[in-house]
Design a protein around this ligand. Structure first.
Ligand code: UDP
Ligand code: MG
Length: 339
């Protein structure tokens, strides 16, 4: 939702930042240069500090005091990339919205090409990675497998090798902001919206500085969010596995009965152990899958705000500070202080 008390710029650039002190300066320079090259002056850069332990928040506040086009949202603690990005998006006022990573892995220079596509009538223009420089073989392989597997499992048409780097129209953003889910897999949610979407392809650079904030644990979490958020096929697979195991147990039961009747019952330790191990493993897996869905239902049922804002630094806004239209109960501003 746009905030009517302040003018809406043509473009909002939304960047979540977690311990990104080493890249912020370069990021702002490249974004500003890109906009200057495109002769764009009417834009805002929204930097979200996702509970960084380094000087990221201070750098954001400094940037805001020297350039009112930079607006800072300082979250109360680390909320994770997808939620931090949602926080930033809910404050974006632009007619078009560009989502960018802080580490310059996604080149802001692609903006011109993305804008041109949008002028043709597209609602979403996403960046699709051709090559990924400077990332470990492990990361590339897991990402490759993840996108292919996801493709087979979920019911929406999610483009492969696409992160959150995308330009979207106001109407897509407004629809996105009306989606209340707690577990957010943003690229999936945007694909789910549909409308006219297209890709621009690019080679993903290495991180400009600092290190990845997506260790294996977070990647796994994102993957599980993606699977459970967009499909109940894992539950169905659990059911099918159950049927398959039941079928096997009938065959095995017949075999056991035959052995008993023919008086040929011992030795059976190995086969017994195998059956116990396999069945209990499958059971645990099925319970785990169900648990993932139940856990998500539980978290959702609490309807807590998605994120907590500590403070907003926005010199451009009027005295009593930005009070954004909240079209959903996803946020709660504890303190609206201005610098
Ligand atoms: N990020 C964030 N909160 C987090 C983790 C990451 O806001 O808890 C931001 C991070 O600062 C960066 C973006 O999300 O702008 C992507 O993170 P990163 O570059 O570390 O991920 P990778 O590119 O390695 O997958
Ligand atoms: Mg990165």
């Amino acid at each position: 939702m746009t905030d009517l008390s302040t003018p809406s710029p043509a473009l909002s650039i939304v960047v979540p930042c977690y311990n990104e002190e080493a890249v912020l300066g370069a990021l702002l320079a490249r974004v500003r240069k890109t906009c200057a090259d495109l002769k764009m002056t009417d834009y805002e850069i929204i930097l979200i500090d996702d509970g960084s332990q380094d000087s990221t928040a201070r750098l954001i506040e400094d940037a805001n005091s020297t350039d009112p086009r930079v607006r800072g949202i300082i979250l109360s603690r680390n909320h994770g990339h997808q939620v931090a990005l949602t926080a930033g998006l809910s404050y974006a006022r632009g007619a078009r919205i560009l989502v960018l990573d802080a580490d310059l892995q996604d080149p802001p220079e692609l903006l011109g090409e993305m804008m041109a596509k949008m002028d043709e009538g597209y609602d979403v223009v996403y960046g699709q990675r051709m090559e990924r420089a400077g990332e470990t073989r492990f990361k590339k392989t897991t990402a490759h497998v993840f996108y292919r597997l996801l493709h087979g499992l979920i019911e929406i048409d999610l483009p492969t090798d696409t992160g959150d780097f995308r330009l979207m129209s106001r109407r897509v953003l407004d629809i996105f902001l009306s989606m209340p889910e707690q577990d957010r897999f943003i690229r999936g949610m945007i694909s789910w919206i549909g409308l006219r979407q297209t890709a621009v392809q690019y080679n993903r650079d290495a991180r400009f500085a600092g290190e990845t904030k997506y260790p294996l644990k977070r990647m796994l979490r994102l993957a599980v969010d993606a699977f459970t958020g967009f499909s109940i096929k894992p539950l169905r697979i659990a059911t099918y596995t159950g049927f398959f195991m039941a079928f096997c147990s009938v065959l095995l039961g017949a075999r056991v009965l035959y052995g008993f009747l023919s008086g040929n019952t011992v030795p059976g330790w190995t086969s017994l152990m195998l059956v116990v191990l396999i069945i209990s493993a499958v059971q645990m897996m099925v319970i785990g899958i169900m648990g993932e869905y139940i856990g998500r239902l539980y978290m959702q049922s609490k309807s807590r705000p998605l994120f907590i804002v500590d403070r907003i630094t926005d010199t451009a806004a009027s005295g009593d500070q930005v009070r954004h239209a909240q079209n959903q109960k996803t946020e709660k501003t504890l303190e609206n202080s201005s610098t």
